[in-house]
Ligand binder design. Structure first.
Ligand code: MN
Length: 249
């Protein structure tokens, strides 16, 4: 299997993992940058992530047009992906989803989402909230063009995740495994923080040192990271699609 085939295979696994973990449902998507053409990325056609197969993956340019003359309907919100890839050369994976547990933190002013648990450290110390109304006034709150995507990318800036007011989140990763991990642990961290707030008292957030320590020396194929990926892939029935870490260059 070529490196590109392996990458697209992993993208299919990622779609099914995100569905199984209830990060996406009929809506939500994950993309990966083309490893040889940094101005292109791969994202499925408009389809629920759980149903995606190899034939559904469409190569897009950064303006979010299909590059191979594919005329099937594309995701309306593909501009989230193109604009973040355009603004962030360090980002290779983008996830957009509407996971319910993060929504309150995009709505309640003055209640930032911050890391409170070990696996939540990946989201980084600062999770900005993007409000489409600030620039575009009354819309249907969906990111439907490049101008809106770029405005979101501007708010994301150098952070790992941005919340989208009344809508969902956009998260990033350097690899597919990291992108999936970020998207799965983001709502988990939000749930823990929400429940802690319900208990009352002061919240003890992770320190900057705890956040930095967790993210130092990251390897997508470390035994610990691979164990998670292997677990998730098997849980969603994709264990047979895994390529071993030894196969990766
Ligand atoms: Mn959306």
């Amino acid at each position: 299997m070529s490196a590109l085939d392996t990458l697209l295979n992993d993208l299919i696994i990622a779609n099914k993992v995100l569905a199984k973990e209830e990060i996406v449902d009929a809506y939500g998507h994950i993309s990966v940058r083309h490893p040889d053409k940094p101005n292109h990325f791969f994202l499925a056609r408009s389809l629920a992530p759980e149903l995606i197969t190899r034939d559904d993956i469409v190569e897009h340019d950064l303006e979010c047009n299909s590059v191979n003359g594919d005329s099937r309907p594309l995701y309306l919100e593909r501009f989230i992906h193109g604009a973040i890839f355009e603004a962030r050369p360090d980002v290779n994976v983008v996830v957009h989803a509407h996971a319910e547990d993060i929504l309150p933190f995009g709505i309640a002013n003055g209640t930032p989402l911050r890391p409170v648990i070990h696996s939540g450290s990946f989201i980084g110390a600062n999770v900005p909230v993007w409000d489409i109304a600030d620039t575009f006034g009354d819309t249907n709150v969906l990111v439907a063009n490049m101008a809106q995507g770029r405005d979101l990318a501007k708010t994301l800036a150098g952070n790992n995740v941005a919340l989208m007011r009344g809508h969902g989140f956009a998260s990033t990763g350097r690899s597919i495994i990291e992108g999936v991990r970020m998207a799965v642990f983001l709502p988990r961290n939000a749930r823990a923080l929400m429940k802690a707030k319900m208990l009352g008292g002061d919240i003890k957030y992770l320190s900057q040192g705890e956040i930095d320590g967790r993210n130092k020396g990251y390897s997508p194929y470390s035994p610990e990271t691979w164990r998670t990926w292997e677990y998730w892939a098997n849980k969603c029935g994709c264990g047979h699609m895994l390529s071993k870490p030894d196969d990766k260059k």
